[in-house]
Design a protein around this ligand. Sequence first.
Ligand code: CP
Length: 319
Amino acid sequence: MRGFRSPHLLDIASLGRQDILQVLDAAEVFFEVSRRPVRKVPTLRGKTVINLFYEASTRTRTSFEIAAKRLSADAVNMSVSTSSVSKGESLYDTCKTLEAMHPDLVIIRHQASGAPHYVASKLRCGVVNAGDGMHAHPTQALLDAFTIRRAKGTLEGLSIAIVGDIAHSRVARSNAVLLRSFGCDVRVVGPRTLVPPRFAEAFDVRAFDRLEPALEGADVVMCLRIQRERLSAALLPSLREYSRTFGIGAAQLALAKPDAIVMHPGPMNRGVEISAEVADGPRSVVLDQVEAGVAVRMAVLYLLAGEAERPGVEAEGAA
Ligand code: CP
């Protein structure tokens, strides 16, 4: 198995279908590794991965760290709040400083759309986008695709409803690009203030401002977090009103196919965009997404930094 053509993973649009399938297939191997009693392989021994997160994260940062460690890479988490960024050091100087320590990969999350692209243009090592502003979250879309393919057996031609704060969502954008490349019927739905007018045209999806037509016959219901930190009162006057109109509870889920799965990238606002009953119910794959996150990020690190033709999946110390 060969790595990506690019040394970076910055967005889904830069990947072809074959690249995406390559990640998902490699992730199947690492998914199995992650369920072994000894969850470690020597694939990236001697490599160094730096996590550089300018925004809060639980799932993405932890799973990149675990992924790197399961591949035997040295993983370093740089805490922006306790670093020299808090003294005013620029993104450029921070990255050049880290580069001088010879990492193989820098994983970056930043509040500014395009920051990972800027960093990639300045560094000699590989860069992975772990979420930039409202622009892209490519590894989230890949782990979502992995979860959907495991649940449904295919990605081809499914009906996927993405519900909620589309405007501020890098998850919605990356998922729309990926799922459309597999011929999915992607429907985005939310209040008019949270679905940009040109979104449907730009991403070749269908837009709705009512739940019923968007959920009808859906194979997958993907709830999005209401991003309170990026919202103004003019966009969403009341969370209670939002929950009543666009929240996913058992009654709303009944509009989708009987075997539809429910996804959420996390963190969830329970009782706002998703009810606790649905989040914890039998059709929820929220924790499957988290488990997939480690396997998919192992696959991404391997494809970007690995040198083997095949994933080195023999246990550490095996002949
Ligand atoms: N889905 C996601 O990106 O979660 P975190 O913000 O916790 O990383």
